[in-house]
Design a protein around this ligand. Structure first.
Ligand code: PEP
Ligand code: MG
Length: 326
């Protein structure tokens, strides 16, 4: 099997009936580039920049960040890199950022909420990103967006920093895409409005599922409720993907679900454009995609959403597909 996958290392990701999608990788540091290239990922769908902050004794400087972002942009053979601005809070602590204890950290002060409040830290990161944009194909993504206003505020700060850099003669790419993570149900439900303003969505199912099911992603006792294939989740994903496409925007997924072999046929059927996963899952997913017919998967996804009421029924439908391609 490994040998069969290896043959796909330099191949595009194409379904049996010729539909091309993108399979990208998730990374946490520039060191992860080795795995990305060894596994033939088509770029980076999620660069979790919080590790830059967490692996450091103090706030990383603008230059330190610039070097890291540049290294990643230059290390992917011209492919696109989606860099997520820092997502501290929730389960990710930062000793030198003295955050008060909260009753519900996952529902608290985290990610873009911190960025929009502690704007010095945010502006430093954005300047580093803008400077690095000159060295590759950069896409900037804001995490934990709940409202359209948050996106507008974050984007306005980005624009301000861009204008200042350009005025100072610093080269900045004109082709940076700016998007958001869809990981809060409010944003998923309002995707048709967000889609008018963003360049892309990337669905963060790790959080989207926990918030939609009200089941802590770290709590074993409620893990039975953490159901990626629940028809409620699939219905939400459909709305997000259809809304983006109606505005001519692309949609990726960077949560674990994107590399989940049971989910892939459903996601393909829902029309997902980009799947971003741990590098070690890229080749097996490319191999699976090559065996699937996109039109058949559309029917599968339709059936899962319109005829299934439980996760077990959805899994049974996918098992039929698996049996037919085995
Ligand atoms: C997600 O929520 O799906 C995601 C990709 O972000 P993280 O796992 O870093 O919260
Ligand atoms: Mg998340």
């Amino acid at each position: 099997l490994q040998a069969e996958w290896q043959k796909l290392k330099n191949a595009k990701s194409i379904t049996k009936d010729g539909k091309q999608i993108e399979i990208a990788a998730n990374i946490g540091t520039p060191k992860d580039l080795v795995g990305v290239n060894d596994n033939g990922a088509e770029g980076i769908g999620l660069y979790r920049t919080e590790f830059l902050y967490m692996d450091s004794e103090d706030f990383p400087t603008e230059d330190e960040q610039f070097e890291a972002y540049k290294e990643v942009l230059e290390g992917v053979n011209g492919n696109a890199v989606v860099v997520r601005t820092m997502d501290i809070g929730g389960d990710k602590e930062l000793p030198y950022l003295d955050l008060p204890e909260e009753m519900n950290p996952f529902l608290g002060y985290r990610a873009v909420r911190i960025s929009l409040a502690e704007t010095d830290m945010f502006r430093t990161q954005l300047r580093a990103l803008l400077r690095a944009s000159h060295y590759g194909k950069l896409r900037i993504m804001f995490p934990m967006i709940a409202t359209v206003n948050e996106f507008r505020d974050a984007k306005a700060i980005l624009e301000e920093e861009k204008e200042a850099l350009v005025a100072a003669g610093t080269p900045v790419s004109d082709e940076i895409q700016v998007g958001i993570m869809i990981e809060i149900p409010a944003a998923a439900v309002l995707a048709h409005q967000f889609a008018k303003e963003v360049d892309f969505f990337s669905i963060g199912t790790n959080d989207l599922i926990q918030y939609t099911m009200a089941a802590d992603r770290m709590n074993e006792r409620v893990s039975y409720l953490y159901q990626p294939y629940n028809p409620s989740i699939l219905t939400l994903l459909k709305h997000v993907i259809d809304s983006a496409h109606a505005e001519g925007k692309w949609v990726g997924m960077c949560g674990e679900m994107a590399g989940d072999q049971t989910a892939v046929p459903l996601l393909l059927g829902l029309g997902l454009d980009e799947f971003s996963m741990s590098a070690s899952s890229v080749l097996k997913t490319r191999s699976l995609i090559a065996k699937l017919d996109s039109k058949e998967m559309e029917k599968l996804a339709d059936k899962a959403i319109n005829e299934c009421s439980t996760v077990q029924e959805v899994i049974a439908l996918v098992k039929e597909v698996e049996a037919s391609i085995a």
